[in-house]
Design a binder for this molecule. Sequence first.
Ligand code: GLC
Length: 750
Amino acid sequence: MIKKIFTIIVLITSSLLAQTVRYKPLIKVEQNQSSNFTNKSIERKIDSILSKMTLKEKVGQLVQIVGEPEYLENLIKEGGVGSILIGTGIPGEVNRLQKIAMESGLKIPLVFAHDVIHGYYTIYPIPLGEAASWNPDIVKKDAHLAAMEAASQGTKWTFAPMVDIARDPRWGRIMEGAGEDPFLGSIMAAARVEGFQGDDLKDPYSIAACAKHFVAYGAAQAGREYNTVDISERTLREIYLPPFKSAVDAGVATIMSAFNDLNGIPASANYHTLTEILKDKWKFKGLVVSDYNSIGELVRHGIAKDKYEAAGEAFLAGVDVDMVGNRNIGDVYSPNLEKLVINGEVSIDKINQSVKRVLRVKFKLDLFEHPYTDTTFYKTYLISKEERENIVRKSADESIVLLKNTNNILPIKKDIGSIALIGPLANDQKDLIGGWSCAGNPDNAVTVLKGISNKVSSNTRINYVQGCNINDSVETGFEKAVSSAKKSDLVILVVGESRKMSGEASSRVNLDLPGVQEKLVEKIYGLGKPTVVILMNGRPLTINWISENVPAVLETWFLGDQAGNAIADVLFGDYNPSGKLPVTFPRSVGQIPIFYNHKNTGRPAEPNDKFTSKYIDSPVTPLYPFGYGLSYTTFNYKNIRIDKSKISKNDSLTVSIDVTNNGNLEGDEVVQLYIHDRVRSITPPVKELKGFKKIHLNTGESKTVKFKITPGMLSFLNKNLQPVIEPGIFDIMIGGNSVDLLLTSFEVEK
Ligand code: GLC
């Protein structure tokens, strides 16, 4: 009886605990006290194991196999593999393979990895959409939920977060990151690392994160996938490295080296970035894994004549683990590293350093003490289905960006008589969950049709017609769409890309809506009904006609399982949209690269002066700027002020601004802080995001928002690429996007 009472007490306590600490597993797998070891004890254990390992076993730890080739079991028995990029949802298989490892040789556990990018089973918005929430807390919660689900299936390492800055929306992988800005990208990188890794990697439901792709993959020339990157050291350090530094500072356990050539030396063989910056300067102690056969591809890059040379160049540059394909296309580190050591081209000390990094991650994951997965976890899921859905629905709500709402056509009344719901993505499930959706099941996705049906009154008629496919060349479905619109009070069109049109190997030269979708919108809009367009896409699109003509436009990215419910929350006013664009929307591909933190040039664009920096066939401004997003209410900014007009280089000051909700709906607002150094020894960007705060204001409520301006926010890299603060006048700009800003200034004295 006592046991029973005890159990009940534990559950009650745990459930109370769950309410306060949230997202922690209610019932921890029995923690073996010896797993609470300190770093010193980890290092001692690593040294002890290392001293017993053969060269073959050491190289084995530096090899990752993708999938389950037929030779895998023997390879594990021989200690020839250290990690496996495994399928999803197979804890039994994970435990079977782990058992082979734990009963072989030195009993070194395997670590199983997968691409858990925006959810494992429960899918939340694609990372670019999630970044539009400008809410790191919600991003962290999403990642923690994904980690719990992944860990429950034996996946203890995710190849996420992708932290590549992307200024070119032709590049399909822009959907995987946090957009164009180093500051926002750094905040999101840290949130995702902390979410995946939890408070301690040894927690049963924490997984090792992997900041990727190191580095500057997003700067691929012409936005063409896997293309050459050639940027200045300054741009590398000011734009592309900061999110990785943020991930390292957040304690990321692993880093993935990229495919791309970087200034003539491929990222997976670049000693300057991998060792001089990452390992020496930043003191990164985790492991570096290559991208899929990116070491083997050094031969195609033309810097290695064969896999033997490729192995030596990558390893000596700082890549610890070779992610190889199970089609044997990447058997690079094994067997070549052994040969390199025997030939005296690679020192055993260097091998030992890399093996230590691998063993260190495995110890931090507590795999030596707990190599197996509790396969019952998922059946006794510790976070209810409803709570999982609420987590991802909240992040979906906050990821939606209201681009336009002329005459306040939105929100729609729930008892509206009839709605025409039209478009290839209106009743779609498979695309809603976006690319890189891991073990997500499209059948779980709530469609827009379902979400609206869940929301409107029982008397509301929904006249749904697909109208066309995403990439049609024919307009045969238009007629039905027209008749649906004609008999309805309001029209909602759901258009965009398929999930396969963004993500890896999905660059586009054209950013218009695919197929005949824009013609469908034009046709329907021409009927004169109140019209709303909902976009679903993995990148900015050049939706000029829609932006010009349609009164209401929502950017919804690919929102995941709860897409339909979240879109309905916003359409009908149960959530007042608060999303802000993490990336600039160009008017045309011809403007790319276009980003907000650009330089002024010596001839900044002047409408009335031909001889200034602009185009003769297009405005120089974007369609929608970075940081932009509307609300159903209006937020009034006034009274920007600072507490000091002059400071020394090491001093700080506080800037304040009053924000008032003077509309008739409560809402969230992302108050953004930009700084412009007017004159310095290196040309300054016209502005740079240096802070933001997401606040909630009830109708009529005002809040004073304060930002502390610290020396770190004022420094830049001088001509010797050294961080400095130079005296002079600095502008501080604050507002709800990167264009409509209030300004004040202060001076840094000599
Ligand atoms: C892919 C991607 C990388 C991913 C890896 C394993 O090619 O570039 O982001 O983690 O292979 O799937």
